[in-house]
Design a protein around this ligand. Structure first.
Ligand code: NAP
Length: 447
């Protein structure tokens, strides 16, 4: 008997296991997938076709993925009923099977948008303060909203690292002269910083109380009528993220890890992120890592990984002007959000940018763009972001040969100028393919 209420895992296959922190992938792993909303169905169908073809061609039937459909977003509403956009089945399936992949999700708007604070609390709903009154009883007014599903998934599953590799694929049009010089993997902290969701509206009692507290108790005056957001950054959260980045550099034989922060201004949050990183690296990786300052003074005769830090604003220049000096980047949440999109733009945009949210044991791979609702059901969108997230997933499983095969085939297809609309409009002499045709072209090139 399986523990799920409305979904059934496939009969074939078995779960991936984690033993001593290492992934153990069976020959036929069960992998849960969420198609996603909007263009999700189109790009998922294309992705599954490419992944299956590559695995089949590489391992000749000795390995294969047993797919298990689970639900979130609009498809969850259909299967599980009103308001259940993230069912327990979905969370439990990801926990049980360790690795999952998803398309983009819409965060639906609540079906009864306005309820008062007391009613919302009673219903256990996530709420956001609004400057008005309840239509029914005149109590302070709130808008009922579903919390972002992506943020909820990351927090519930403690997927603390958002991992985004950014590199150029031959033939992709870009705004820079030498896009091939950028090849970085960004580890963005996923659970803290201003994204922790501790925010109070300018006219809320909470903001008024906090302003009073800051002024009276901390002697830090804040202009009255200010909205307030809190930026928590901890040693625990920073060090586990930076550690993950360093381990990645060690495993992939990469020359440097750069901590990107704004510590010159925010000393006790972003500055502490950097200091905790150096402290942890000194304690745990001194045989493998050398600090840039030491390296400049004494050289690096043992060829250790160089750990450096850069201030965030300067880093935006660095990735444009000296991109080849950076390999692995570790950064707090907000910097990482900006930096990963800026880097993706440099090599041709979000359409080809893959991503994963990873914890200690669990990994959820996902397209980095949204649901592009205007293209829903048109078989038009570019599936590359999700396909490349699938490539990251195969690498995570240890199926590197299949992953390499897809990258080669994707590059070949783009090189043949057989692309989806978004790339076709930027390339001269290209053929515009539908999502499904593009996937078929990649499969044709998998040899
Ligand atoms: P979006 O869905 O990423 O789409 C913005 C534009 O980007 C599209 O109109 C399209 O540009 C282009 N685009 C995105 N994906 C593409 C693809 N696969 N192929 C080709 N072009 C693509 O951003 P949005 O319109 O701001 O957000 C729509 C919904 O997605 C919202 O509900 C949002 O909450 C959600 N969202 C989800 C995630 C996630 O689940 N990870 C992330 C971001 C947003 P053109 O119009 O120029 O063709």
């Amino acid at each position: 008997m399986h523990p799920f209420q409305k979904v059934s895992p496939p009969e074939e296959g078995s779960p991936i296991r984690i033993e001593n922190g290492q992934i153990v992938t069976p020959a036929c792993p069960i992998i849960p997938f969420i198609t996603g909303d909007g263009i999700g169905t189109d790009i998922w169908t294309a992705t599954q076709m490419v992944l299956d073809e590559a695995v089949n061609q590489t391992y000749g039937g000795l390995r294969r993925i047993s797919w298990f459909q689970i639900h979130a977003g609009l498809s969850a509403l259909k299967t599980y009923g009103q308001d259940n956009v993230l069912p327990d089945d979905t969370i439990e399936a990801i926990k049980k099977y360790k690795v999952a992949i998803k398309g983009p999700l819409t965060t639906p708007v609540g079906s009864y948008p306005y309820v008062c604070l007391a009613c919302a609390k009673e219903q256990g709903e996530s709420i956001q303060n609004r400057p008005s009154k309840c239509e029914k009883c005149g109590s302070p007014f709130v808008t009922k909203r579903f919390r972002s599903l992506n943020v909820t998934l990351r927090q519930v599953l403690d997927l603390y690292a958002c991992v985004r590799p950014v590199r150029w694929y031959k033939g992709v049009p870009t705004p820079v002269k030498s896009p091939e010089r950028l090849n970085v993997i960004i580890f963005r902290e996923n659970t803290e910083d201003v994204y922790a969701g501790i925010e109070f509206s300018y006219d809320s009692q909470e903001a008024t109380d906090l302003i009073e507290f800051l002024e009276k108790r901390m002697h830090k005056p804040v202009r009255s009528g200010s909205g307030i957001g809190i930026k928590p950054i901890s040693a625990f959260g920073s060090q586990r993220l930076i550690k993950k980045a360093i381990i990645y550099a060690i495993q992939h034989n990469l020359p440097s890890v750069t901590m990107v922060h704004k510590g010159n201004i925010m000393k006790f949050t972003e500055g502490a992120f950097r200091d905790w990183g150096y402290e942890m690296a000194h304690k745990e990786f001194s045989d493998k890592v050398i600090f840039e300052s030491v390296c400049q003074a004494r050289g690096n005769p043992d060829g250790k990984i160089i750990l450096k830090d850069r201030i965030a604003d300067q880093m935006f220049q660095q990735v444009l002007l000296r991109p080849d000096e950076y390999h692995v980047i570790a950064t707090p949440n907000l910097n990482g959000d900006y930096l990963s999109d800026a880097c993706a733009a440099q090599v041709g945009g979000l359409g080809l940018a893959p991503g994963a949210n990873m914890g200690d044991d669990l990994a959820l791979f996902e397209a980095t763009h949204g649901t592009a609702p205007k293209y829903t059901g048109q078989d038009k969108a570019n599936p590359s972001s999700l396909i490349l997230s699938g490539v990251m997933m195969l690498e995570h499983l240890g199926w590197q040969e299949a992953a390499d095969m897809i990258v080669k085939a994707l590059e070949k297809t783009i090189g043949q100028k057989r692309v989806t609309y978004d790339l076709e409009r930027q390339m001269s002499g290209a053929t515009c393919l539908k999502t499904s045709e593009f996937a078929a072209a990649i499969c044709e090139n998998i040899t």
